[in-house]
Ligand binder design. Sequence first.
Ligand code: ASP
Length: 598
Amino acid sequence: MAEFLGGWRRTMRCAEVTEQDLGRELTLMGWVQRARDMGGIVFVWLRDRSGIIQVVFDANKLDQETYHLGEVLRGEYVLAVRGELAPRSPEAVNENLYTGRWELMVKEAKILNRAQTPPIYIEDGKNENEAVRLKYRYLDLRRPSMQQMLQLRSRTVDTIRRHMASEGFIEVETPILTKSTPEGARDFLVPSRLHPGDFYALPQSPQIYKQLLMVGGVDRYFQIARCFRDEDSRADRQPEFSQLDLEMSFVEPGDVQHVVEGAFADVFQGIKGIDIPLPLKRMTWHDALETYGSDKPDTRFGLEIKTVTGWAEGCGFSVFESAAREGHIVCGLTATGGARFSRKEMDTLAEFAKGYHVKGLAWMVRQEDGSLRSSFAKFLSEEKLAELEELMLIKPGDAAFFIADSRLTALTALGQLRNRLGEQLGLIDHNRFDLLWITEFPLLEWKEEEGRYTAAHHPFTMPMEEDYQWLETDPGRVRAKAYDLVLNGIEMGSGSIRIHARDLQEKMFSLLGFTQEEARERFGFLLDAFEFGTPPHGGFAFGIDRLIMKLMDAESLRDVLAFPKAQNASCLMMETPAPVSDDQLKMLHIAVDTGERL
Ligand code: ASP
């Protein structure tokens, strides 16, 4: 039988006791981590979210009934105890426990609830099976690391809110039942009972609402926004996630970046005690690609890429020569200390590079003793080889890798190789947090399969004024006022200055292949709003979950959410998604095809 509190009030949490509490009578409540019955004395570890304290049932000091409560305790029983905080004898001190110098000598006790043996260990580092952990998430959450995560998360969000308030932002909630916004993923749909055959979409982001808030004169908006994207289950995605979403009026990219980097700096200072020097570095998309082969470069290490197409002309190696002739590029990077790679390791690296759609990887090694190993150097004259080594700053002990292909393909593959080499050569300082802005992204991306352009960020992004001239003639060349925040090679968030003029927005829709009718049907309200004095505006959004992951060095998003979905987007605890009753379906005017799944 469960007991009630019966007027008892907890003095504090278990691990909130201090030296000052010695000799005081305390009432503590929590879960039994373990109970060791030594015959005549029972040592109990009592746990709550703050930690663990030892409480002692001593047969010599207790009436039989109270002592018996100590004897029957089992793991996860919910226990309330009253007693005096006493110092432990020196040999009994447990240095591993914050409270390890003290123990509570029980005078009275109540078993508030009993528990079956839990299906998982309520301890860190012991549970191998994630599916069981997720099924019993409410037990998993009792583990110290989960409690720390929830607390860290809460403090992070609190820090962000304070920062936003200090910058003059106001928090506005936007609807969850809404209409599709084009963030590039599939929508989750909610059928309408009152409007047969119609559906709401859950927001992929509050993008349009926040822009309309700017039209509404809100000036600076933010929200810790829940976003929903129905993506195929790729490693480490969640169908719903939280973003810090913000929008500002009368701004240029630098103003938005200033607010965002300030929030990051506050979080890193408050949570990790790390100073992030501001302003952050800014690098254009073009330079990031040329130097790091990526639009989210990991700048914790060098291995910078160099393009040597000019050198490749007439170099003697036909693969490089024809690339140069065909308007492709030859690019490479020098791996300091790479001479230690064996032939077999070189082959593995070449296979890795080919996984990124390049035809091959050429390599050369200048050994410490001055001798040369290479997959292609035999085709080069002495002079050309010396030129290349000088261009690439190759020294004895180094290896260099080269790719010849179309520009984006070659740079991207080399960028991936760079990341791998950085890891393999131990060049990455895992305690470092390198944040930077990547700016001036292309406005559009050509989708080969669809034979059309799509928006690189989203259709509301403003082109750079300097590039308007290309909008009609060479749209692929137009850069956008768009920027990403990158941390250690991971994109933390994106934003842009938005279009605020109807004609430009209409042009953008038409570049993206919308007919006028389609544009009107989907975004008519936005186009209309542009007729009523829309201020220039821009914003940003970043994933809170991913930030927490970085702050905690967690391996998976599932480790930083209270109730995550499993990889197949289901909740193992509640067993969602789940069928609904025929009545419900009828009410929603929905017929489910229960036959073969399409
Ligand atoms: N709505 C965008 C996103 O969710 C961010 C932004 O442009 O503010 O990625």
